[in-house]
Design a protein. Structure first.
Length: 161
């Protein structure tokens, strides 16, 4: 079953947010990927991996009923050497989610689902939560990159959307 128009709209905005997060990682060194503007703030690498983890657990597990063994706390301690692994993970995750959403009956968007931190949500609300969360971290990633480049004395390149 092809993805419903409403589902496709949600997915379009989720994908756009993650793609913009990943653009923030372009041309950065390992040190830059893991840089934090404050000791208790998230690095660009953490923002990317955490956003993908959130998408995976909410769509695949909460909405589609597939077991996902997410280690949320580990996401905040993650470090990376290059964006290559994140881009690969995102490509693989997108394929899994598109496949799952293509097979999801339309009734699942009206049905209540148990969310581990938010209680009962309709499937539609799950998609809204995912889209909102991804957009919030997209903005955070763009600001973090701007702070990083400013701290490093680099010129801010124009945004590529």
């Amino acid at each position: 079953m092809p993805m419903l128009t409403e589902t496709g709209t949600f997915w379009h905005y989720i994908v756009g947010s993650v793609n913009r997060i990943l653009v923030c990682l372009n041309d950065l060194s390992e040190e830059d990927l893991n840089w934090r503007p404050l000791e208790n703030a998230n690095s660009l690498y953490v923002l990317a991996i955490h956003t993908m983890g959130n998408i995976e657990v909410n769509i695949l597990e909460v909405l589609c009923g597939q077991a996902v063994h997410r280690q949320r706390q580990a996401e905040f301690a993650a470090r990376g050497s290059s964006p290559v692994d994140l881009n690969r993970r995102w490509s693989e995750l997108q394929a899994c989610i598109v496949s799952a959403l293509d097979q999801l009956p339309a009734a699942e968007f009206d049905r209540m689902h148990d969310h581990p931190r938010r209680g009962q949500l309709t499937g539609r609300e799950v998609m809204i939560v995912v889209a909102r969360h991804a957009a919030e971290h997209m903005g955070q990633a763009e600001l973090t990159r701007d702070l990083l480049l400013t701290a490093r004395g680099r010129t801010l390149p124009p945004r590529e959307y």
